[in-house]
Design a protein around this ligand. Structure first.
Ligand code: ATP
Ligand code: MG
Length: 240
């Protein structure tokens, strides 16, 4: 099944009198239940592409087809963007503001608090938790919303290497459990190959390559197979 089809997507910004092409000629098909990573140099258009898919900005050209047509989209940014006056559980429940059944809200929040190992901190406020926990809360909020597609823009970029590695592992587990379609942006080649079943390499606003990663989870970064795919991704970026 196809979750999303992008055809000829482009976005041009006007900066004073100049036209800046942020993304151009994006043609991409995302299968339902796939973990897709997007990697590329700073400024190559990764965030713009996610913002277009999320509907935060209008496209300049091209068409986007979601399946289902009214697909719910969850978003996770580089910073957690939590509401400081709400506890961890209330921040997560915020995604279910329109849900009338309060028991269901509680059950859903409890489910993801457990999955994300946040049960002991459910009553804590954002200032009382670490960056990793805050990012897990943001992920929990996105999952509570029960989106068809989760878009993540460098969600682990601000974390230290240890927290990052453990959240990468958790993210794979969540993906395997939830079977969500995930689009994950990073500028870290290792992270892209570690997480993605498919790595989209972007450069200069365009898709340079779409590289499949036919390796089972969890992946062994020291293996030859991992190294070979990593090299393929790096070469695509360097050749730009
Ligand atoms: N609102 C805007 N107005 C004008 N130009 C913009 C705007 N947003 C992005 N751009 C331009 O579009 C291009 C792509 O930016 P984008 O933020 O998508 O890159 P990125 O790949 O996410 O980079 P990074 O890895 O640094 O986050 C850049 O040249 C940027 O200057
Ligand atoms: Mg960006």
């Amino acid at each position: 099944m196809i979750a999303l089809t992008l055809s000829g997507i482009g976005k041009t910004y006007t900066l004073e009198t100049k036209q800046v092409s942020a993304v151009a000629d994006i043609n991409l098909t995302i299968e339902t239940g796939r973990f897709v990573t997007i990697v590329g140099r700073s400024g190559c258009g990764k965030t713009t592409l996610l913002r277009l898919i999320a509907g935060l900005e209008p496209t300049s050209c091209g068409t986007m087809v979601f399946n289902p047509a009214n697909a719910k989209i969850g978003l996770v940014f580089q910073e957690p963007r939590l509401m400081p006056w709400l506890t961890v559980e209330k921040n997560m429940a915020f995604a279910l503001l329109n849900e009338q059944d309060r028991d269901r809200v509680q059950q859903t929040v409890a489910h993801y608090l457990k999955m994300l190992h946040l049960e002991d901190f459910s009553k804590a406020y954002p200032v009382q938790i670490s960056g990793g926990m805050a990012q897990r809360t943001a992920l929990g909020r996105a999952l509570c919303y029960n989106p068809d597609i989760i878009l993540m823009d460098e969600p682990l970029g601000a974390l230290d290497a240890f927290t990052r590695a453990s959240l990468q592992k958790e993210l794979i587990n969540i993906f395997l459990l939830s079977k969500k379609t995930i689009l994950f942006v990073t500028h870290d080649v290792d992270e892209a190959v570690l997480l993605g079943q498919q790595v989209i390499v972007m450069g200069n606003g365009r898709i340079l390559e779409n590289i499949p990663v036919p390796l089972a989870y969890p992946r062994i970064t020291a293996s030859k197979e991992f190294y070979d795919i990593r090299t393929q991704v790096l070469q695509a970026i360097m050749l730009e």
